[in-house]
Design a protein around this ligand. Structure first.
Ligand SMILES: [Zn+2]
Ligand SMILES: [Zn+2]
Length: 247
């Protein structure tokens, strides 16, 4: 085809917030975009600015895709829905996170405490209803086709979005990818940690050439994929060490 494999990056605009990154995926026809997560504070201004640079406005956003309902991803959900008029696509299990009613348990209660504090201090996280519930394998008609990949563990309804066309997996909070610090989220942030190993394996088997999480340093899908593989190796080595009988 002669196309540069990194062409997909031209269709991705990063919105870098205080905690993570949300993305504007520019439709191939350039006449619209989809918003992948909505961020916490500062993102609305950046989203407007990026859209303006593309010659677009908030009403050109065709859909709001949510990887999961944690406050740093869904904080501006109500704003985004009101301003764009676009439907929210998310897994049904994320509604409780969006509403701030998820029954966090054990050390995961800290996640709930942090979110409550965030809501009170930052004035974000107004309620918003999921319009289209998504499930594993759903094919969404955005950005040349996006497949929903259910990757539970971080939350029960946590989903990634895979572009077959560009071989890139937007992996949400399955892992964070920073220089010298790639790993799964801190234990207090994972609601169903027992499901994480299977989701990591599922993402590995999917074998996307590029991965883009929602917390990272640079937009380099090949680098994030490398870090993901290195992280899996480290985890496997640690498991093997633990399994070895003490002498
Ligand atoms: Zn999260
Ligand atoms: Zn996050």
């Amino acid at each position: 085809m002669g196309r540069n494999a990194n062409d997909w990056r031209a269709g991705v605009r990063t919105i870098r917030g205080v905690m993570g990154v949300c993305h504007l995926l520019v439709e191939p026809d350039g006449r619209g975009a989809v918003l992948l997560d909505t961020g916490l504070i500062g993102e609305p201004r950046q989203i407007r600015r990026e859209l303006r640079k593309l010659g677009l406005g908030l009403r050109d956003v065709r859909a709001i895709l949510l990887t999961h309902g944690h406050l740093d991803h869904a904080g501006n959900l109500a704003w985004a829905k009101a301003e764009t008029g676009a439907p929210i696509f998310a897994h049904a299990a994320e509604q409780a996170h969006i509403d701030g009613t998820f029954p966090y348990r054990g050390i995961n209660r800290w996640c709930g405490r942090l979110e409550r504090a965030g809501r009170a201090l930052l004035g974000v996280g107004a309620p918003a209803k999921i319009d289209v519930t998504i499930a594993d394998g759903n094919e969404l008609p955005f950005w040349g086709g996006l497949r929903v990949v259910h990757l539970p563990g971080h939350t029960l309804g946590h989903c990634g979005f895979y572009s077959v066309r560009h071989d890139v997996l937007f992996s949400g909070d399955l892992f964070d990818s920073y220089f010298f610090l790639a790993g799964t989220a801190a234990p207090i942030l994972n609601s169903a940690p027992e499901l994480l190993p299977a989701s990591l394996e599922k993402a590995r088997r999917l074998g996307a050439r590029f991965m883009v999480p929602q917390h990272y340093d640079v937009l380099d899908g090949a680098l994030h994929r490398q870090r993901f593989d290195a992280m899996l190796l480290r985890k496997a080595r640690r498991r093997a060490d633990r399994a070895r009988p003490a002498v």
